[in-house]
Structures are given as C-alpha cells and as structure tokens.
Design a protein around this ligand. Sequence first.
Ligand code: UFG
Length: 325
Amino acid sequence: MILVTGGAGYIGSHTVKELLKARYEVVVVDDLSSGHREFVLTPHFVRTDIRDRQALTEVFQKFPITAVTHFAALTSVPESVAEPARYYEVNLWGTFNLLEVMRAFGVKLFVFSSSAAVYGDPEKIPIPEDHPTRPKSPYGRTKLMVEEILADYAKAYDFRYVSLRYFNAAGSDPDGEIGEWHEPERHLIPIVLEVAAGKRPYLEIYGTDYETPDGTGIRDYIHVSDLASAHVLALQYLERGGKSEVFNLGIGRGYSVREVVVICQRVTGREIPVREAPRRPGDPAVLVADPSKAMRELGWKPRFTELAPIVETAWTWLQKRQNLR
Ligand code: UFG
C-alpha cells in the first residue's frame, strides 16, 4: 500500500487517481488545511498533520505501507518570505518527522515533491538537473534542504528516493472528477480563467520589463495528470531497484504571460482585460525545464505538450465548479 501525504491537494489528488488506475492500494494523509475532502479518491483517509508523529505512527501501524509519495507542504513563495518559520516547521520538520516514522517501520521508498524553485535565477535555459541550486525564497530552501536530507539518508540507511522538481503545474483531471482549487488562488492560469468567467475584473501582469521577447515572465506549464503519471513511474522505478535520483518535470517549452492570456482568450472565446503591474518580488524572468532525463530514465512522456489543451481542461473544470456552487 502506498501512503500519499497531501493526497487531498491539487497534485496529490491527481496522483492518487493515477496510482489507483495503476492498481495500487492507497492511503491518504492530509490535514485539509488547503486540500479538499471530496478530492480524496481512495476509501483510506486519515486526517492528520505531518508534524504529529504519534498520529503518523498510528497510520503506519494500521496500514501495510511499502512506499511514500510526499506532497504535504506549504506552497506559496511570497508567503514563505513573510512567514518563514511556518515553512521550516511544516516543510522541513514535518518531512523529517515522516522520514523518521518510515525508518522506524522499515519503509524504504520515497517520492518527493520538489520544485523548480530550488534553482533560483537560471544561468541557462532549458534548466538541467545539474544546474546550480540557489533558491531565492524560504519555500525553495525548504525543498532543497529536504533533498539534502534525502541524499544523506540514502547514503547512510537502506533507503532510496526520487525527487521530482516540478515546473508550473497546470490544468485539471480531463475526466472533471478533481481539479485545481486553491483559496486564495495565486496561480496565473486559474486567475486568467476567473477573469474570462467574469469572476475578476482584470488580470494584473506582474512585470512587463523582463528581458524576454514581450517583456513578461516565461514559464513551463505541465499538465497535472502528466505530473501525476511521473510519480507512478518514479515509484515503479524505485520498486525495480532504481537508485536515488532527481528529475525535472516540465514540457521543455516556455510561454510568456501574454501568450498565456492570448491562448486563454482563444480557448474561452472571452475577452480578458489586463493591467500592467510591477514585478512580483522573487520571480525569475524565465523558467523552462530540460525534462530529457525523466523521459530517458523513467520512460515518462507527457500527454499534453502544448498549452491550449491544458487550458481547455482547466476551463472545463472551472465551469463545472461554478455550476456546483
Ligand atoms: N503572474 C501574473 N499575474 C498573476 C499571477 C501570476 O502576471 O496574477 C505571472 C507571474 O509573475 C509568473 C507567471 O505568471 O511570471 C506564473 O506565475 P504563477 O504564480 O502561476 O507560478 P510561479 O511561476 O510563480 O510559481 C511556480 C510554482 C511554485 C514554485 C515556483 C518557482 O507554483 O510552487 O513556480 O519559482 F515555487
């Protein structure tokens, strides 16, 4: 049985769906601080916080866990700058807690949600895994520090891990069962679509003076179900005896904020008013992955290789969610 921490969240819930499709048994642990109970697609659910070692111990006593995929974390870069202590407590100490319970129960396989935020400002594009890591925020530092702990554990103990460095997760389950739902919403594509839906008056473009062709930030948007399938492959790789590794996950192609707006306009058929605003502190100009290592070593191949179909899944989900309310 696979333990998925944060399995009620955006990427975690999509990964649970892929794990169930691949016939794994899954138990989800989530404190529902940002996740949604109705997103938990397995019957095995325990509401708890990863900082609670006793509660985690009881989960490992109750379920025959053989591997862990660990999503539970705080995920906002600006919030981590304002409140670093919370980030170190949940992302770093909470993860350490989980690793120690795994060690006590002899559970040896671990898939970790890392982030492109570990790289900081890129020296070259696309970014390979051996690019220098100089995170610019406490959030990015917690992800990098956990990767360092994992490397130490793998050296010292009978323990193997895969760390997946996500670029920009986007879109929603093509079946419409689960989707992207953050409160408050901070990510570009859902915000643009809320403008298209008339729920917000305009999009603020954070920075129009970057050294990019149209002056706006460029990101590599990867469909959340493709991210999810990479977790299943990472788990199977570890189960086959694969050695500990770090992989980038992106489609290897960047879109600027203005390009995202144009594509969203085309997909929705709606006008999307924009206002130019100052840069958001800490935002790199360009983040594009070199995902070739994951493709080669995990056999991963994203189904969505262009932004328009990714936006379509996000738009379908947003409309469904509005009707639900
Ligand atoms: N943007 C806007 N207006 C908005 C929201 C975003 O112009 O209202 C821009 C941002 O400046 C950026 C791009 O749209 O250029 C994407 O922004 P997101 O907030 O959607 O995503 P980020 O690239 O900031 O964040 C992602 C992940 C984080 C990760 C980070 C690494 O969501 O978890 O990349 O830098 F830490």
